[in-house]
Write a protein that binds this ligand. Structure first.
Ligand code: 0O2
Length: 237
């Protein structure tokens, strides 16, 4: 006997056993942590591959459609992999279990491809062309162009599933595709910056929201006008 605690006697043998258990669970925690990090890195690599697949599909469409039409429908393509911080924030907000399987199943915008188009009509043409491909499955579509968000945000959002081909198997991956015109993109970029200025007084915040909505409406008008100019120029040829 080496210790007395609330009347219970704890033997040296018991202490040794408890210590061995703590050591073994610490070993398991380390093992679990290392495995989780490896699985996370692997998953992110798969998402990077899926981004490459989708980006290539758009580059091919741009090349082909620029021959068929008199302009490149795509101005630029931007890609991004969601940061670990943003993934963690989403896990918390949605009350998800922080394991790889849950992340993969429930967070559909880890891989993001943003396609900036010349005209609104190009967005619909490219979305249709992508979704017509037999290795692309539409999971979800949100058309914030026909139905803009209350703050004025416009874009076409597609969640698609596409295969990546690994050395020994094929794996289906989800990618979020955002299609926008140049004016939809600059509005969204500036609105995003302004929204994250958190110290605005409520009165000023509400005034700015109103102005941003007006700017979004002006930008939608400009898109329509530029498209009309382009149609008139084409039909005059
Ligand atoms: P990031 O880094 O830009 O991707 P959730 O995905 O849960 O946040 P929801 O409703 O499922 O919300 O997604 P939704 O409506 O499809 O929009 C998600 C993404 O669209 C955002 O990604 C933005 O990129 C963009 N977006 C949506 N609404 C707005 C908006 O009002 N203003 C701006 N500037 N962008 C918007 P993240 O996750 O915010 O980040």
């Amino acid at each position: 006997m080496i210790m007395e605690n609330n009347g219970f006697e704890i033997s040296g043998e018991e202490i040794q056993k408890a210590f061995a258990e703590v050591m073994s669970s610490a070993g398991k925690a380390k093992e679990w942590f290392e495995e989780s990090v490896k699985a996370y890195k692997e998953l992110m690599a798969y998402y990077r591959c899926a981004i490459m697949e989708i980006e290539t599909k758009f580059n091919v469409l741009n090349e082909e459609l620029s021959l068929a039409q008199d302009h490149n429908p795509i101005e630029t393509i931007k890609t991004r992999l969601k940061s670990p911080e943003s993934i963690a924030e989403k896990i918390e907000r949605r009350n998800l279990i922080p394991i790889i399987e849950e992340i993969e199943k429930n967070i559909t915008d880890i891989a993001g491809v943003r396609v900036i188009c010349s005209f609104p009509a190009d967005i619909y043409m490219l979305a249709d062309a992508l979704l017509a491909q037999d290795d692309v499955r539409l999971v979800e579509k949100k058309d914030y162009i026909r139905a803009p968000k209350p703050n004025g945000y416009r874009s076409m959002h597609l969640i698609v599933e596409t295969p990546i081909f690994l050395h020994d198997r094929k794996k289906l991956m989800k990618v979020e595709v955002q299609l926008r015109t140049i004016s939809m993109d600059w509005w969204a970029s500036l609105e995003h910056k302004i929204k994250y200025k958190k110290h605005l007084e409520p009165q000023l915040a509400s005034e700015l929201e109103k102005e941003l909505l007006e700017c979004a409406q002006i930008s939608a008008g400009l898109d329509a006008r530029m498209e009309d100019i382009s149609h008139r120029a084409q039909s005059a040829k």
